[in-house]
Design a protein. Sequence first.
Length: 265
Amino acid sequence: LHFDVKVRPAITQDAGYVVVAFEDKTDLQEASQMRRDFVANVSHELRTPLTALLGFIETLLGPAANDTDARKRFLSIMDNEAKRMNRIVGDLLSLSRVEADRRVRPRDPVNVPSIVRSVVQTLQPLAGARNVSLRLEGADAEDRILGDQDQLTQVFTNLIENAIKYGPNGGEVSICITSHAVEPTMQGPAVRVDIADQGEGIPVHHIPRLTERFYRVDAHRSREMGGTGLGLAIVKHILNRHRGRLRIESHAGNGSCFSVILPYE
Ligand code: ADP
């Protein structure tokens, strides 16, 4: 994995939002410290479910060998822990793939509203399970940029999934697409996708760090929701490759809005 990106966010606290700009400011020493931290973090994240698995295996081989009830319960916990490890490894592989081609500009014409529509459709069951309604606006027109279809699908999946997970049960997630948006942080016009939820919001001092690998505001909540802490890091790297931006606006108690801003050229 590559470690050259240190986020230098432009914090505009009064407005209650942070634009995460992707400027490379990392020197060699810092890069090797980041690499060490990352290896330590990965080991820790994998060791937690692994330790649980080893404990249950030992119990099933020993004291609970003939206990049918315990076996059922333990196997279901082990299943969850193994799935968690699988998600972490899957996300790490995604991250490393995105980083491997970070210098290659994506060149395929892709239609952003149609990507968003299909992600919304895929996530309907997850939203339904939490009684969350997904409201989609501005997705009828065609809006083409040069991009990578699979990677942009992953960006919108991660962000809409987060909005569903961190919003309240029974709430609403609104997804709004704006064509030819004029953005202060971009040189030319851009297509903007705003994903807003009705969750608790994120205290502003956390916002600049959200796209760091394994950074979570509430680690317990994230794990409970099946999170790996890598989703926004993946989003950052994909948008970086598309010369795009991620804007995060949040007010405590008032929900969060994650905006993806993608230039046409
Ligand atoms: P995770 O797998 O933990 O969801 P992410 O990288 O996707 O990892 O997000 C990092 C952290 O950012 C989350 O753990 C959560 O604390 C915070 N976060 C992300 N999206 C939202 C949201 N819509 N509302 C509140 N907090 C969020």
